[in-house]
Design a protein around this ligand. Structure first.
Ligand code: HEM
Length: 319
């Protein structure tokens, strides 16, 4: 709309945009305190038990929120299942056979529909589950602003264009995040998410066999489980030293050319973000603070609020 598209606006339009913005984009830390007081503790306990059964689930839930927010904002569009006459985002290149954690979100949603029917949006569940996942794996906490509503549609083409690919160069990564309003520093902080979780061979094979800025011993050990052909879905940890702990080891790995994805190592490849990687590598507290702040900012990407969208009863389909 005109509020976003034109940088020079007449005064009346500025005022209108301000009023509309104020009315539509308000999230709050206390949104469910009276309508569903048990919501946050329910999510925390379901996430904790999912992460204790399988530590990787914490990583998967964090990524689910990222892939929701980067495609038309944090509106739970990623959760919509395809139907005979609707194709959603689940089969996008970056999501298909890759994003996971949908069943944990379903479990949370069904508990909340029992205790407070029609109250908490799937988009808010994703935001809180991502935070609780990071906390469960030893990372920082942050206050999740709430009041997002759920989309009634999804966009496969936007998912294909807006989710960053592991083949991107540093400048490609910087611009993919700058398109969403993030600085290069915030992009580096958010990439620190790869201190947890796993990646499939098909996403890092080229790096193992064709790139030079990779530690030779590290490459050799990965090739066992990621042959030059076959084994596409074989997993390796994104952080080779502590894949189930949310720490700053990811940045230390980059300094020794042990980034798993091409896009990871691009952050420390003699370019403009090397200094930021060094800072996060030597100062874990700075990383934790910057990461938490960037997550709050990511969670605020274009939410549907007020009477826009809906609160889905089943996260997989429109009411
Ligand atoms: C900077 C650009 C990014 C690229 C190119 C990228 C790419 C990828 C790829 C290719 C995988 C492996 C997927 C698979 O093998 O199935 C992955 C995993 C992951 N990504 Fe990213 N990612 C990026 C940024 C982020 C951000 C900003 C977050 C969170 C805020 C994030 C969180 C994760 C997590 C936690 C995993 C592991 C998921 C699991 O084990 O299930 N990534 N990413």
């Amino acid at each position: 709309m005109a509020c976003e598209s034109s940088s020079v606006k007449p005064a009346f339009l500025l005022l209108l945009c301000f009023l509309l913005g104020a009315a539509s984009a308000q999230l709050s830390g206390t949104f469910y305190s009276t309508s569903c007081p048990s919501a946050l503790s329910t999510i925390k306990s379901i996430v904790s038990s999912a992460v204790s059964s399988e530590a990787r689930m914490g990583a998967s839930l964090l990524r689910l929120h990222f892939h929701d927010c980067f495609v038309n904002g944090c509106d739970a569009s990623i959760l919509l299942d395809d139907t005979a006459n609707f194709t959603g985002e689940k089969t996008a290149g970056a999501n298909n056979n890759s994003v996971r954690g949908y069943e944990v979100i379903d479990k949370i949603k069904s508990h909340l529909e029992n205790s407070c029917p029609g109250v908490m949006s799937c988009a808010d569940i994703l935001a809180v589950a991502a935070r609780d996942s990071v906390v469960a794996l030893g990372g920082p906490s942050w206050r999740v602003l709430l009041g997002r509503r759920d989309s009634t549609t999804a966009s496969l083409s936007t998912a294909n264009s807006d989710l960053p690919s592991p083949t991107l160069s540093l400048s490609g990564l910087i611009s993919a995040f700058s398109d969403k309003g993030f600085t290069a520093k915030e992009m580096v902080a958010l990439s620190g998410s790869h201190t947890i979780g796993q990646a499939q061979c098909l996403f890092f094979r080229t790096r193992l066999y064709n790139e030079n800025d990779i530690n030779a011993t590290f490459a050799t050990s990965l090739k066992e489980n990621c042959p030059s052909s076959g084994g596409d879905n074989n997993l390796s940890p994104l952080d080779t030293t502590s894949p189930t702990h949310f720490d700053n080891a990811y940045f230390k790995n980059l300094q020794t050319q042990k980034g798993l994805l091409h896009s990871d190592q691009q952050l420390f490849s003699g370019g403009s973000t090397d200094a930021q990687v060094n800072t996060y590598s030597s100062n874990s507290a700075t990383f934790m603070t910057d990461f938490a702040n960037a997550m709050v900012k990511m969670g605020n990407l274009s939410p549907l609020t007020g009477s826009s969208g809906q609160v889905r009863k089943n996260c997989r389909k429109v009411n």
